[in-house]
Design a protein around this ligand. Sequence first.
Ligand code: NDP
Length: 445
Amino acid sequence: MELVHQLMERLKARYGHEPEFLQAVYEVAKDVLPYEQAKPEYRDARIFERLTEPDRAIAFRVVWVDDQGKVQINRGYRVQMSNALGPYKGGLRFHPSVNLGMIKFLAFEQIFKNSLTGLALGAGKGGADFNPHGRSDSEIMRFCQAFMLELYRHIGRYIDVPAGDIGVGSKEVGYMYGMLVKLRGHEPGAFTGKILEHGGSLLRPEATGYGCVYFAQEMLARQNDSIEGKTAVISGAGNVAQHAAEKLIQMGAKVLTLSDSTGMVHIPQGLTEEQLAFVKALKQRRGTSLKSFAEEYKLNFYPKERPWKVPAELAFPCATQNELDLEDAKTLIKNGCRLVAEGANMPCTPEAVEAFEEAGVLFGPGKAANAGGVAVSGIEMQQNASRVSWTKEEVDYRLRTIMRHIHEQCVAYGEEKNGKINYMKGANIAGYERVARAILAYGIL
Ligand code: NDP
C-alpha cells in the first residue's frame, strides 16, 4: 500500500483540486499497483502511472444566444485519456457541475470499462457546464451547435468518437451530429447514440440499463439464484434508470423506487409498464420532476431524498457519482440487500463499497456493470463501418454475450482465497491487463 500512497501523494500535489479524479484513481490503484509490481515488464514501463495522465485535455469556450437574445458563455471539455486499444471513446455530459476534474474521472473509468468489453475502444469523455434544465428546445439546439463548432476538430471515426451521458440523449446527439454533417459531411462512425435514421443502432438507448441487469443476472446465477421475484430499488429516472427498470420488470422483479434531482418516489406495489411509459414521456422534457409522476399515480414523493431507506434485495444506483455513502450502505445491508449493481459511474463512495464487500453483498462496479452502453456504441460503430443494420435480437444477443464475458473476466481476476468474488478487483485488473499489453507493445510513447 506504500506504493499506492506515494502515487496518490504525487497526484494530489498536481491535482488536489480534482477530488473525483483522485477518488477514481485510488479505487483502481489499490488493486492494480500491487498486481503491476509482480509483472516487471509492466512495472518498469510504469504503465499504470502513465494511464493517470490523459493523452490530452482540451478545454474550450462555447458562446451561444439564449431565447431572450442574451449572449451566454460556457466551458466545454474533451479529455482524450488513452487510445491504446482504439479511438478515444466515451460520452458527453451537460450538467452545471461539470469541470475538468470530473471529466478526467469519467475518462479514467472509461479506460478499464472499454477494455473489459473486449472491443477496439480507447477511452475519452467530454462535456460542458451547461444546464439543460429549463432551457427551450431551440436553446438546447443552439448550445449543441456551438459546442460542436469546436469539438468537430478533435473527433473522427479513427480518432475520437463521442456519445451521450447525463443531459445528453438522442436529441442532443442529433443536433451535434447534424453540425458535424454540415461541417464535414456524413461520418456516422464519428458519433454514437444516433437515431436510426442517422445510422444509429437498435437497442443503444436501452443498452446501459439492460446490460446492468444482465450483469446482475450473471452475478446471481453464479449463486444459483435469479432476478425473478426479487424487490429492487433504483435511483435516477433518466436513460439508465428507465431501462434498468424496464428489464427488471420484464424479468419479473418488483421495482420499488425511482429518483431524480428533486427527490424520490416510492412505489410499494412495484412500478408497472404503464407507469414507466409515463416517466419516459415526462423525462423527455429536461427539468421536469418526478413529483408530477407521484401526483398522477397517488404515490408518496420525498423531496431531496434518495431511495436507499426502502428495504429491497437488489439496489441499482443509476443517477450520478457519490450518491450512495456509508450510511446508505449500512441501511441497505441492515434491510437485507444482497446485490448492488452500479448503473451510474462511481455512484457508491469507497467507504460504501468497502461496507458491501465486508458484509458479503454482491457488488458490481460501474466499469463492469454499466459497460453495456459503450459496448453497444462499439456495435453501432461496427454496423456503421460495414453499412448494415442488425436486428434488435442480434444486438441483444451481442450485448448479453459481452456482459457475460465481462462477468467471466471479473471472476477470473477477482476470485479471493475463500472463493468469494471481489468484482471491483476483478474488473480493475482484467481491464488493466488488456490495456497494459497494448501499451507495452507500442514501446515508450
Ligand atoms: P440522464 O441525464 O438520462 O439521467 C440522469 C438522472 O440522474 C436524472 O434522473 C437526473 O435527475 C438524475 N441526476 C443527475 N444528477 C443528479 C444529482 N446530482 N442528484 C440526484 N439526481 C441526479 O443520464 P444517464 O441516465 O445517461 O446517466 C446516469 C448515470 O449513468 C451517469 O453516472 C452516467 O455517467 C452513467 N452512464 C450512462 C451511460 C449511458 O449510456 N447513458 C453509459 C454508462 C454510464 P433529473 O431528471 O432531475 O435531471
